[in-house]
Design a protein around this ligand. Structure first.
Ligand code: UGA
Length: 439
């Protein structure tokens, strides 16, 4: 099939290459010249394991190309809208201008029988409004809403092997047409027996925000337990293991620590609250405000813990921060808890050196006032405390014996409960973590 993908960020670029991988002829379109130029050269504009290989492979087939010209979307049977919906400045609501702009630009190229497929995370009600716009300005073209659940770091795998497909479809015969087109797009995925949920637009839109809200709630739940563990001397890691054995609860997303960040969970729960307010249902989501609060408190607690281990004052203390990305296997620093803590430490007088295997360049751009180092050893040279704030494999596998020879004081703060406490304490380190007793 001929497919266009509008917006070539994490979502769109991976989607475009994945659609080419399963045999379609795809054009990826974005307004950012630099991004398009690098994608066209098979250079990933962001760090995503396996993506560059996929890009190289699919570009070589000739089925994938990139363009900054919207006219190149003309003639595609299906047009995926994959642009961002960031948080509005100074407000909780999502900024819808890119989605609106993408659909408006598509109106000029749409022909009857073509399908626009929204993948962006949007406030419920958006699809119905866009469907009206399309019916008015491009009669005969259709709209479906097909949320995406990919995780950064696993984007390729999640796109090619999703755990479910959700189709938000128009009513009646139009719904049948849209379903048939989506089934054709996703043929290998559908044929594999991937669960499929078909619904109206509003349900499909809400599936995405509900899923991200649930994940955020699960993380804040265990972090609230961590606060209690800190007050009682209990151990949140053992607690999570024990409750996680119950299938109904499950161990995934129960890792206590610095909490969630990134370009999705924080802004999605806020946009969801804002939308509920507009709909007069704000009470239903007031708990998400608490989810957000618990999450933000973890960052403050981490700074306090650092002060505690530095004998009550951060002034002039050398602090190494291992990790800047919002999670491992990513160079994404949007709302990164690690960088947030690093900046707070610096503002409170510590001499902070940050390292990360992939995110230093991005971090330097956003926080030029922080000091950066290429390796953990360099960052930790003569340090008074080492904070592990993103659980990269490289940091989990550090040898505490050898690493201990680099620092001035063997004090480690495990912000992600990711280190082997016994090994670090055996090597003479003072070990502190959120929700666990000092080791
Ligand atoms: C999230 C969702 O997991 C995806 O399903 C969704 O498609 C995506 O948002 C999106 O809306 O596009 P992502 O932002 O890539 O994916 O990252 P997650 O793996 O969900 O992690 C989010 C944050 O939670 C990270 O900062 C991570 O460190 C933190 N986290 C995760 C915890 O603190 N504890 C955990 O147990 C798990």
């Amino acid at each position: 099939m001929k497919i266009s993908v509008i917006g070539c960020g994490y979502l769109g670029a991976v989607h475009a290459a994945s659609m080419a991988e399963i045999g379609h002829e795809v054009v990826g379109i974005d307004v950012d010249d630099a991004k398009i130029a690098s994608l066209a050269k098979a250079e990933a504009p962001f760090f995503e394991p396996g993506f560059e290989e996929l890009l190289e492979r699919t570009l070589a087939t000739g089925r994938l190309r990139f363009s900054t010209d919207f006219a190149d979307a003309a003639g595609s049977a299906v047009h995926f809208v994959c642009v961002g919906t960031p948080q509005k400045r100074g407000e909780y609501a999502a900024d819808m201008r890119y989605v609106q702009g993408a659909v408006e630009s598509l109106l000029d190229v749409l022909s009857p029988g073509e399908l626009v497929v929204g993948k962006s995370t949007v406030p419920v009600g958006t699809a119905a409004q866009l469907a009206d716009l399309i019916a008015d300005k491009a009669p005969g073209a259709l709209l479906a809403w097909n949320p995406e659940f990919l995780r950064e770091g696993f984007a390729v795998q999640d796109t090619l092997h999703p755990d479910r497909l959700v189709y938000g479809l128009p009513a009646g015969a139009d719904g049948d047409t849209a379903r048939a087109l989506l089934d054709e797009v996703y043929a290998p995925i559908v044929e594999r027996g991937t669960p499929k949920v078909e619904s109206d637009y509003a349900t499909a839109e809400m599936v995405k925000t509900a899923a991200n809200s649930f994940l955020a709630t699960k993380i804040s739940f265990i972090n609230a337990m961590a606060e209690l563990c800190e007050a009682t001397g209990a151990d949140v890691k053992l607690l999570a293991d024990a409750i996680g054995f119950d299938d109904r609860i499950g161990r995934k997303f129960l890792n206590a620590g610095l909490g969630f960040g990134g370009g999705c969970l924080p802004k999605d729960i806020r946009a969801f609250m804002a939308r509920a307010g507009e709909l007069g249902a704000d009470q239903a989501l007031t708990f998400l405000r608490e989810v957000d609060n618990i999450n933000m408190r973890r960052r403050i607690r981490m700074v306090e813990l650092a002060r505690e281990v530095c004998d009550g004052s951060l002034l002039g203390k050398r602090v190494a921060v291992l990790g800047a990305a919002f999670k491992p296997d990513s160079d994404d620093i949007r709302d990164s808890p690690a960088l947030n803590v690093a900046a707070q430490l610096q503002l409170q007088g510590a001499v902070v050196r940050v390292t990360d295997p992939a995110a230093i360049e991005n971090s330097r751009r956003q926080w030029p006032q922080l000091d950066y180092a290429a390796t953990p050893e360099e960052a930790a040279e003569r340090a008074d405390a080492v904070l592990v704030l993103t659980e990269w494999k490289q940091y989990r596998e550090l040898d505490p014996e050898a690493f201990g020879r680099v620092v001035k004081q063997k004090r480690v703060l495990d912000g992600r409960n990711a280190l082997d406490r016994e090994a670090w304490t055996a090597a003479g380190w003072t070990y502190r973590a959120l929700g666990r007793r000092a080791g």
